[in-house]
Write a protein of this length. Sequence first.
Length: 357
Amino acid sequence: MKAFLILEDGTVFEGTSIGSTREVISEIVFNTSMTGYLEVLTDPSYAGQAVTMTYPLIGNYGVCYKDMESQKAWPDGYIVRELSRMASNFRNEDPIQKFLLDNDIPGICGIDTRALTKILREKGTMNGMITTNENYNLDEVLPKIKEYSVKGVVRKVTCSEKYVLTGKGPKVALMDFGAKKNIARSLNNRGCEVTVYPAYTKAEEILASNPDGIMLSNGPGDPKECVEIIEEIKKLYNSNVPIFAICLGHQLMALATGADTHRLKYGHRGANHPVKDLKTGKCYISSQNHGYVVDESTLDSKVAVPAFENVNDKTNEGLEYVGKNIFTVQFHPEACAGPQDTAYLFDRFMDMMKKED
């Protein structure tokens, strides 16, 4: 079946329908990862977006459900150059086409994803529609496409009630703004007892449980939309509990302490983004997925100082909070998929909690 990707600037790509045939309007972004397509599809940070994979062949090792980063797929749509017809992997359980159908994800294959990515890099992230309707009318659909905006996605992806991963070590309260499974797993594997809380849990409830540390997770959307959550993070900041934050959590802590964030032209999404530790000068390759960034020019040096920067565009990738046991990073030290270079940051968080004892 034919499918069409219509961008808000009027560009149209024609390809073949994959997954669900329902029509969808979403924000179109791209990911440069060569592997890890299942982790991308199950990353809650993609809620409200349709993902373009720049690597030309997707699905060649099938689907292994153990690799999922959440219970379901979250992107609104999926855009690829070629969808593999045959999976070759001893861990393979299903073809990716079945996974897309089971999760009701509409997609399109057979288009020039390189050309699409160049458009998004040159003009910036834009909205688009995936449709199988061959009789679409551009004059009718373009206003609808332009009207779309990503709203309310943190509430959509967060857990509905708290749950616990048992452990004999430090007690960590993990705020779930759209947390990937491997964040909790990375802490649990180090012996932590991890209690995962819904995004809108009050700070008083978290602090009343006397955690040894607090983890603020990744998540989707514009951080400035999370007004209620930011108010609770202010209270967590004013406690003396060690805090480690990733991605959206990093942005929310910055907003809670008076800094500002802004939208990037086309974001950082992939498993090959270089970041530099400003204290040691050492560079690491990181996994990233974000469209917003902390504006360093708005930082109060008495509150926080830059700790990491993106080697490519010099944007902020991490903050160290002055006089506080708090550090935050924009990239994903838990990776999955991606390099394990920065997993040591979890060990640093463990050391912070031990010192508090």
